[in-house]
Design a binder for this molecule. Structure first.
Ligand SMILES: *Cc1c(COP(=O)(O)O)cnc(C)c1O
Length: 387
């Protein structure tokens, strides 16, 4: 079946069962559908993920996007949300109750850690933080009968640290969940390693054009069904407009990601030689401590790199002011190269100690490599970095 086809082909063929003979998916810009009487509407109101009832429950355009993601991840099903955080928050609240325990990786998107430290703790869900790069760390922190969920992120935001997917997939007892945003469904398929749930901020590489806010979680049908039963009440439902952009993004994801990934590695290599640069982090570099793991589990290297400037925050400020092609902005995975200073933007909610614990220094800049010419990007970044 479709599984035997290459990911490049499936990115083009997946999620087409809702569009008839139209080459592109129709946009179902409707909140509700009319039924044919009481019994018909009752059936829709009580059915699991009822199609054509009310868009918070399901929407055919959103469904097409979900099916495409499930196809690429190699999972039975997927469920889309209004954002990546919508996917993460709804999944955690669908599975965890007061008194439960979560094991989470320290190196992660700060929105997720703020969610776990804030609302989760407030509602009586306990969290233990572990170093996700150390094999065995997740399993060791599991409290049998208490731990409901293990949450990882790989490659992690912003330093591209990796979690060994086989190690994560082998954790027994709790559900395992990974934020795979920085890999996209084409860079790795964690379900193949036994990871139960794969979440993405589709806002990033999947949509790929900085014009949509969208999230998704993929996994086995029954598990996704239970998350859906909670998600219709949580209400972070995906917009059909954004799902349409998600599908459009998936069609070109393979070529975009391959180009951006190749460019990121060339730029990482070039910037290492710059006198103003103290370190460059990218797992595609041969001397990166997790390079072998990267080759074993990633089918495409990340499209980002992290650059640590020798001159700290002052150098970072000067670099952001001096860019001519790349732009100072948060987010990632789009056609424009974006540079952001993690300590004062994406990870500003962490205190200095928590930042230091995950390697976020004063001079750390995350570069999301876009589709501009690689040599011109190297020249632009190099001239902006103060020496
Ligand atoms: C952006 C991002 C999120 C949050 O996604 P939104 O779509 O902004 O809600 C979560 N995880 C990672 C790794 C991200 O980069």
């Amino acid at each position: 079946m479709s599984d035997e086809r290459s990911p490049d082909t499936r990115a083009v063929t997946a999620g087409r069962s809702h569009q008839g003979t139209s080459l592109t998916p129709p946009l179902w810009a409707t909140s509700t559908w009319q039924g044919t009487g009481l019994d018909d509407i009752r059936k829709r109101a009580t059915g699991l993920r009822a199609d054509a009832f009310y868009s918070r429950y399901s929407n055919p355009t959103v469904r097409a996007f979900e099916e495409a993601v499930a196809d690429l991840e190699g999972t039975e099903d997927a469920l889309a949300f209004a954002s990546g955080m919508g996917a993460i928050a709804s999944t955690v609240f669908a599975l965890c109750s007061a008194g439960d325990h979560i094991v989470a990786q320290r190196q992660m998107y700060a929105g997720t850690s703020a969610f776990l430290e804030g609302p989760c703790r407030r509602l009586g869900i306990d969290v233990t933080w572990v170093d996700g790069t150390r094999p065995g760390a997740f399993a060791e922190a599991v409290r049998p009968g208490k731990t409901m969920l293990v949450i990882a992120e790989s490659p992690s935001n912003p330093r591209l640290d990796l979690v060994d997917l086989a190690d994560l997939g082998s954790v027994a007892g709790p559900f395992t969940m990974i934020d795979s945003t920085l890999a996209t469904p084409l860079g790795q398929q964690p379900a193949k390693f036994g990871v139960d749930l794969v979440v993405h901020s589709a806002t990033k590489g999947i949509c790929g054009h900085n014009d949509a806010t969208l999230g998704v979680v993929a996994g086995e049908r029954d598990l996704i069904g239970s998350i859906w039963a909670y998600a219709v009440l949580h209400g972070a439902s995906a917009s059909p407009f954004d799902a349409l952009n998600g599908l459009r993004g998936i069609r070109t994801l393979a070529v975009r990601q391959r180009a951006q990934s190749a460019s990121a590695l060339v730029i990482a290599t070039a910037l290492r030689g710059h006198p103003g640069v103290a370190a460059v982090h990218h797992p595609g570099l041969a001397d990166h401590p997790q390079h072998d793991l990267a080759i074993a589990q990633l089918s495409m290297m990340p499209t980002l790199l992290a650059v640590d400037l020798a001159g700290g925050v002052d150098a970072a400020r000067m670099m952001l002011d001096g860019l001519r092609i790349a732009r100072p902005a948060t987010s990632l995975g789009g056609p424009e190269t974006l540079v952001c200073h993690s300590a004062t933007s994406t990870h500003v909610s962490l205190g200095p100690d928590d930042q230091a614990a995950i390697g976020i220094t004063d001079g750390l800049l995350r570069v999301s490599v876009g589709l501009e010419d690689t040599d011109e990007l190297i020249a632009d970044l190099s001239q902006a970095i103060p020496t």
